[in-house]
Design a protein around this ligand. Structure first.
Ligand code: TYM
Length: 327
């Protein structure tokens, strides 16, 4: 069976970009493929989180992924550091990766700008660990948002190089994008992200979401309520595309163009439709928070299954690379 693999960092709270850009596809693909989904705590170390904060974030993210619909009966959900082979394979791949390839990574440049006091080597080699995550499960499909495309290209090149040097071992992983590969933040300008603080959190209450939506950028040319708007350039209208049915969306667009509908009304309608998705997720998350032992058990089982798959790949890799006992 074809394998799918993806990861998500336990840094801050899940937001609609993560949900629409990646998690909806995790849920969809778990029925069609053998799925491995990973909470990448080793990647999060590049931001030097406090130990207790990291532990808490891993638990909350696990809850968020489960509440979004990932089913541990159908997919293997686990924590990266529970499977030591991730680090081992990352080192082997590090020795195959030219510095020039890493130098091209735009995320390294972005992250370095965001944390100028902590530009550590892990930030630089980050995409190699990501390649190891994928390769360890010999995955062929990787559901991610557009911001990960460059890392996936590097993964493909690195694995091609491995196959060339050591013989055919890994399949080439394809990116699987959702219908929302790049969700913009409330500023309507930059990608939604925790580090920019322009996000709508998946767990936020309706009231918290409203406080944020109220200030969200709309059509920049619509200065007064009486000005006709242009939905095509409005980021809030774009959000409607993810949450609102076609008929209601057409009505909203017509109302906006004729200035019969104001931006506040448009945002209210969006809030109601968002809540239909977010409300049940919040409820499932609350129920899981009340059952910590169940969450621990899911991760424990997930680690066991992931380790078995990882061990099989690493036995082959060690053999190919020559990391075996001398005869
Ligand atoms: P991370 O934790 O930053 O994001 C998790 C997933 O959410 C997607 N995403 C978005 N999609 C659309 N619009 C947005 N505004 C948006 N913001 C985030 C990301 O593309 C990602 O799919 N390096 C990865 C984690 C990782 C990984 C892997 C992914 C580690 N190992 C192996 C795939 C395979 C990351 O930092 O994602």
């Amino acid at each position: 069976m074809v394998r799918v693999m993806s990861g998500i960092q336990p840094t801050g709270n899940l937001h609609l970009g993560n949900y629409l850009g990646a998690l909806v596809n995790w849920v969809r693909l778990q029925d069609q493929f053998e799925a491995f989904f990973c909470i990448v705590d080793l990647h999060a170390l590049t931001q030097r989180p406090k130990p207790e904060a990291l532990q808490h974030a891993v638990r909350e993210l696990t809850i968020g992924v489960l509440a979004s619909g990932v089913d541990p009966e159908r997919a293997t959900l686990f924590v990266q550091s529970h499977v030591p082979e991730h680090s081992e394979l990352a080192w082997i791949l590090t020795c195959l990766t030219p510095l020039g390839d890493l130098n091209r990574m735009t995320q390294f440049k972005d992250k370095s700008a965001q944390q100028p006091d902590n530009i550590n080597a892990g930030l630089f080699t980050y995409p190699i660990l990501q390649t190891a995550d994928i390769a360890l499960y010999r995955a062929e499909a990787v559901p991610v948002g557009e911001d990960q495309e460059q890392h996936l290209e590097l993964a493909r090149e690195t694995l091609r190089r491995f196959n060339f040097v050591y013989g055919d071992t890994f399949p080439e992983p394809n990116t699987v994008k959702s219908e929302a590969p790049r969700v913009l933040g409330l500023d309507g300008e930059f990608k939604m992200s925790k580090s920019r603080g322009n996000e709508i959190g998946l767990f936020e209450t309706e009231e918290e979401t409203w406080q944020k939506l109220r200030g969200a950028k709309t059509d920049p040319a619509r200065l007064r309520r009486s000005d006709p708007g242009t939905p095509e350039v409005c980021n809030v209208f774009r959000y409607h595309g993810f949450f609102t049915g076609a008929e209601e969306r057409d009505r909203i667009a017509a109302g906006c163009r004729s200035a019969q509908l104001g931006c506040v009304d448009c945002k209210r309608a969006l809030l109601a439709n968002m809540e239909r998705v977010k409300g049940p997720i919040r409820e499932r998350a609350a129920a899981l928070r009340d059952r910590p032992a169940q969450v621990d058990e899911i991760l424990h089982e997930g680690a066991g299954k992931a380790r078995a798959a990882a061990a099989a790949t690493m036995a082959l890799v060690r053999e190919r690379v020559g990391l075996v006992r001398p005869r």
